[in-house]
Design a protein around this ligand. Structure first.
Ligand SMILES: [Zn+2]
Length: 178
């Protein structure tokens, strides 16, 4: 496990991009919170240095259920999240993703969600999130199940982005072949 952790740390700043299989894997629950604490600072740095408002573990190659977010109210580490209730009403808003660079599109999300999660110390929290915070949470939560925001787009929008997505995947291939 120690070696494993070392590999993660070495990879932290490298954001995984569309086409990387780790982004499509279902992540496993966190049982050892020391692992989350050990990576927290690098994780935080990676997110802010890329101007992200959220960063999920699979995006840095870690297949565990945790993510970081900051909706403007401060940095928060969200571990083993659950969405326990959600509004029927959805709203449309623009999203982008560090793993799908340069692509922005409108996505429908629940207007509000009630969530339960643990922090980096394993302490449970329950919150009602609305608007932007709810949107970020839903986007990051999806990452833990191998889902990307582009999966929510209608066929027409997806088709219009096809070339751009293809280019991202080709670039990634070139990068990983180096
Ligand atoms: Zn994302």
């Amino acid at each position: 496990m120690r070696n494993c952790l070392k590999n993660w740390r070495d990879n932290t700043v490298k954001i995984r991009v569309l086409g990387d299989p780790v982004l499509r894997k279902k992540s496993q629950p966190v049982t050892d919170f020391a692992q989350v604490r050990a990576i927290l600072e690098e994780f935080k740095m990676s997110m802010y240095s890329e101007d992200g408002v959220g960063l999920a573990a699979p995006q840095v190659g870690i297949s565990l259920r945790f993510f970081a977010m900051d909706d403007g109210s401060g940095f928060k580490m969200v571990v083993n999240p659950q969405i326990i209730e959600n509004s029927e009403e959805k709203e449309l808003g623009e999203e982008g993703c560090l793993s799908v660079p340069g692509v922005f599109a409108d996505v429908w999300r629940h207007k509000w969600i009630r969530v339960r999660y643990q922090d980096e110390h394993g302490v449970y929290h329950e919150e009602l999130l609305q608007g932007y915070a709810a949107r970020i949470f839903q986007h990051e939560y999806d990452h833990l199940d191998g889902v990307l925001f582009i999966d929510h787009l209608d066929t027409k929008t997806r088709t219009s982005l096809a070339q751009q997505l293809k280019k991202i995947m080709e670039e990634r291939k070139k990068e990983s072949a180096k």
